[in-house]
Design a binder for this molecule. Sequence first.
Ligand SMILES: [Mg+2]
Length: 201
Amino acid sequence: MSVDTHLAFDSPRVHIGLDFDGVLCDIHGYATKHIQENHAPDFTRNDIEWDGSIPNTDLTMGDIMWEFAGDPDVLTETNPVPGAIKHANWLANHPFADPIIVTHRPPEIHDNIEKWLARHGFPDIELPSNIPDNKTNADTSFDVLIDDYHKHVLDAVNDGSHGIHFTGAWESTTLNHPDTYSVSSWTQLRELLETSLKQLE
Ligand SMILES: [Mg+2]
């Protein structure tokens, strides 16, 4: 990604969908430890196949994530993705940006998510409970979705949004689509968003 790469937004107020698990919360760090302790001792994040399957097990990252999604105790033990707190604060205070959190975690634990965010020093970001299964913007409108799962990024793009694939967590799938971009860290994400939002000045 070069520094002059940017997403073309036409609205002066850009609605930005931030995926919770994998972009804000390092659930994958927690999942890695869980897989090593319970399923495959030599497992590392780099071993995950393009479709999410975990070698030497009959599990996928999706299975593991789903097991954890509704468990408030797991949430307590997870840490933020590096850089997420600092740059999410920048984003929440940006005059052209309107971030929302996009998660499939069940509404019963949204309170726990909000407490987790506050405890770690995240800004107060809206957390809607009506996210459709494919995370398109059908029910919750956003101009760009930032997600660590390639399928959600593509679904959002096919539904008319931009998509940013956050590959820092575990994904190495390459997306070839003119409306998707890949970043591997919050530093790169900040650079891409900053350049893109600047076009609106
Ligand atoms: Mg995710």
